[in-house]
Design a protein around this ligand. Structure first.
Ligand SMILES: [Zn+2]
Length: 255
């Protein structure tokens, strides 16, 4: 037979849309309530968690850098929760397993980045990777974890088993960017095939971890020692460089 779908994956950082929202921080404050106001005033800022201690080494890359500063990645706000929803339609397992499957992988990313994820429940929302949209001021759609076929999401064509990415907005006139929403879409057919052929191999989990790496800001690297290598060659856990990248992405500035 042909190379199994699941033997190899690539994933596009397809949803990388930097949007200019000048002065948005002022407009956000009322919608965010007192906490948002405190943030605007620069007092009472508390990180929700701390990045993990990881051994140095490996290689990592960021999807986006702050304008004019190649050393500073675009990241999520470590003082704010990252809300996410799941649309289990198209997932291979029953719904309970699906929720546990996603939560397990998110817990790994949360642990290393120190970012806090909050599950908002199920949704009927469908992924829209081709949509050009402006996140609404003051409130953003939760991150969407979903499954789809390539008929619906053309980025899942050929051997691509998932896509992941986030949308950045400018949070102040100085041009500082942070991620405010995003998504991960997994290929229904690839996951079905894995479920049938590979069983408990954890390959699906590795694909989800890779896409969550994109969601928090990691780009592909050339090293096959890292899970952010563009092709799945059997690695199942984040490599040392991946972990160092996740730590850096958890060290973002509070907005
Ligand atoms: Zn990828």
């Amino acid at each position: 037979m042909d190379r199994p779908l699941s033997e190899r994956w690539r994933s596009g950082a397809a949803l990388l849309v930097s949007l200019l929202v000048l002065g948005a921080i002022i407009l956000w404050a009322p919608a965010d309530g007192p906490a948002g106001l405190r943030r605007v005033l620069g007092i009472g800022e508390d990180r929700l968690g701390d990045p993990a201690d990881v051994p140095p080494g490996g290689t990592y890359a960021f999807l986006e850098h702050q304008p004019g500063d190649l050393g500073a990645p675009v990241a999520w706000d470590p003082c704010d929760e990252i809300h996410y929803e799941i649309n289990p339609d198209g997932a291979p397992d029953d719904a309970d397993d699906t929720e546990e499957f996603v939560a397990d992988a998110i817990e790994v990313v949360a642990h290393y980045t120190g970012l806090e994820f909050v599950y908002d429940g199920r949704t009927d929302r469908r992924p829209q990777w081709d949509r050009t949209f402006v996140p609404s001021i003051g409130r953003h759609e939760p991150v969407l974890i979903s499954w789809a076929t390539e008929d619906e999401v053309p980025q899942l064509d050929d051997d691509v088993a998932g896509v992941g990415g986030a949308v950045a907005v400018e949070v102040d006139p100085g041009g500082w960017l942070r991620y405010v929403t995003g998504g991960v879409t997994l290929d229904s057919e690839a996951f079905e095939e894995m479920d049938n052929i590979l069983g408990e191999d954890d390959e699906g989990r590795a694909i989800l971890l890779h896409e969550l790496g994109h969601l928090v800001g990691l780009d592909h690297v050339d090293s096959p020692d890292e899970l952010m290598f563009a092709d799945n060659i059997g690695k199942r856990e984040f490599g040392t460089g991946d972990l160092n990248g996740l730590v850096r992405l958890g060290e973002g500035r509070c907005a």
